[in-house]
Design a protein. Structure first.
Length: 209
């Protein structure tokens, strides 16, 4: 018997002999919190800006014009979109729009200047946006590989806190949580952006939706 097998055997024996009292997990979270729209928007915007995301607001009727202005400002000429995204959103932009396919190789997405998606829900308190793989959000690779992610968020889908956010999600969907552009720190604690996802995150909040 190897040393590894001996150690693991002792661990198994100890676990078998250890008492297993029932464990009660407290679920006394703060729930059902609410804020007026203007306060929720201000909180959400503050958190996004703190994460170094860019934020724009518009009405539903201004979606196409705002997206066109944002993409032009980014210098984007080739943009990807999920198959289920409202096509009218990009009607006001004169660049090349490519619809993503599930069988398209993920490395090819790196050639896009940006990607535009919708969102499932968001949390104002943490500045977190949730994508759940719905048709207007696409597969996870689409929002991770391109260097720029432009995400449209409806204010009505922004909750105050995390418990309220999680309560509205579908547990078996492929959930992606986004809190600002991708960022990490190197060994000297210098911030490095774009390592695990988009270097630039632009959030367009539709205040009447």
């Amino acid at each position: 018997m190897t040393a590894r097998e001996t150690v693991l055997g002792r661990v198994r024996d100890a676990l078998a002999l250890a008492p297993r009292p029932p464990v009660t997990v407290e679920r006394d979270y703060r729930r059902d919190r609410a804020l007026p729209d203007d306060e929720r928007l201000a909180l959400f915007t503050d958190r996004l800006l703190d994460y170094k995301a860019r934020v724009r607001t518009c009405t539903t009727g201004e979606t196409a014009a705002t997206l066109a202005d944002v993409l032009d400002g980014l210098g984007a000429r080739r943009v990807g979109r999920p198959a289920g995204l409202d096509r009218t959103w990009l009607d006001g932009w004169d660049g090349t729009v490519e619809e993503d396919r599930a069988d398209a190789p993920a490395p090819g997405l790196d050639g896009l200047d940006a990607v535009v998606t919708a969102s499932a829900a968001s949390c104002a308190e943490t500045g977190t946006i949730v994508l759940d793989g719905s048709a207007d959000q696409g597969r996870r690779a689409l929002s991770l590989v391109p260097d720029v992610h432009v995400c449209v968020v409806d204010l009505s889908s922004v909750t105050v806190g995390v418990p309220e956010l999680l309560a509205g999600l579908v547990p078996d969907r492929p959930t992606t949580l986004i809190s600002g552009p991708s960022a990490t720190s190197d060994i000297e604690l210098e911030r490095v952006e774009g390592v695990h996802g988009p270097r630039t995150l632009v959030v367009i909040v539709r205040t009447d939706a």
